[in-house]
Design a protein around this ligand. Structure first.
Ligand SMILES: [Zn+2]
Length: 290
């Protein structure tokens, strides 16, 4: 099973997670920029974080045979903090960088005017830079928040197929697919969406334009939930091809719209990056495909 996790915050995870993810079949991922739990107090704090997402973290992932890409944005929660707003002016230079395959996470947390402003501005930036956008939906008032999200996307210059609306559930999936956007699902250990509910959604809506992620971060979460969902799909009678479409081909097709997805060694099924990552092979674990 080859897996592309389209939404995971590796900055908050350990090397043990990287090893377990590789063993489970994860070969590529996208790490969107988000809130660190501890509020940031200045623009410089974002700059250092973004530099780590385009520099250090891809290097760290490569040591474990996993290709790391990122999405860059001012997250919805911190869009409400005036100390952070200045980062919007710094975004364009990051959106030019090779490892940046989307603008995200953007969207709504509490649906405030400041979030409206940041969301609209960042969708415009995505359109200007020819990048897809990863849109977070609020955990409270999810149906209303998702509806409003789709209205904002429709009013933007970004085509719906360039947008994934994430953290969906049974109540929000249909409206997102009808709008022409991609539907993202975060599978969590014991709250919100789980793998059995995910299988039921795939039965009802099919596998087209659907992506599954672990959204693992500093909270209680499980970076292997992508694998567990693939196993639940197989147990429910889905084919290997269906699993590959959801866990690999769909995220590849979505992020390839950036023109920057680089999966050279994964596509060949080699699973390692012999001599191919910034010329550094010293720290890389030597691994073989199971
Ligand atoms: Zn996230």
């Amino acid at each position: 099973m080859r897996i592309f996790d389209p939404h995971i915050h590796m900055t908050s995870r350990t090397t043990t997670d990287y090893e377990a993810m590789y063993d489970a079949g994860v070969r590529a991922l996208v790490e969107p920029a988000f809130w660190l739990g501890q509020p940031r107090t200045s623009v410089g704090s974002f700059v250092d974080y973004f530099d780590a997402l385009v520099g250090w973290e891809p290097f760290r992932a490569a040591q474990f045979g996993i290709r790391h890409h990122c999405a860059i944005a001012l997250n919805p929660k911190e869009a409400n903090d005036p100390r952070c707003a200045g980062i919007l002016d710094e975004l364009p230079r990051y959106l030019e960088k090779d490892g940046v395959v989307a603008v995200g996470e953007v969207g709504y947390d509490a649906m405030t005017p400041a979030e409206d402003e940041a969301f609209t501005r960042q969708l415009a930036l995505a359109a200007e830079h020819g990048l897809p956008a990863m849109v977070h939906t609020p955990h409270r008032d999810k149906a209303a928040g998702t509806r409003r999200t789709l209205d904002v996307v429709a009013a933007s210059k970004l085509a719906p197929e360039m947008v994934v609306v994430d953290h969906l559930n049974e109540l929000t999936v249909a409206m997102v697919l009808e709008a022409g956007c991609w539907a993202g699902f975060s599978v969590y250990p014991d709250t919100k969406m789980d793998e059995e509910r995910m299988v039921a959604i795939l039965r009802e809506h099919g596998t087209e334009r659907i992506m599954v992620n672990s959204a693992a971060d500093w909270g209680r979460s499980d970076p292997l939930k992508t694998r567990r969902t693939g196993e639940a799909m197989l147990a429910a009678g889905f084919s290997d091809t269906d699993v590959d479409r959801v866990l690999w081909q769909n995220p590849v097709a979505f992020f390839a719209q950036s023109g920057r997805l680089d999966l050279s060694s994964e596509a060949a099924g080699e699973g390692t990056f012999e001599g191919s990552f910034e010329g550094n092979s010293v720290l890389r674990g030597v691994r073989k495909e199971d």
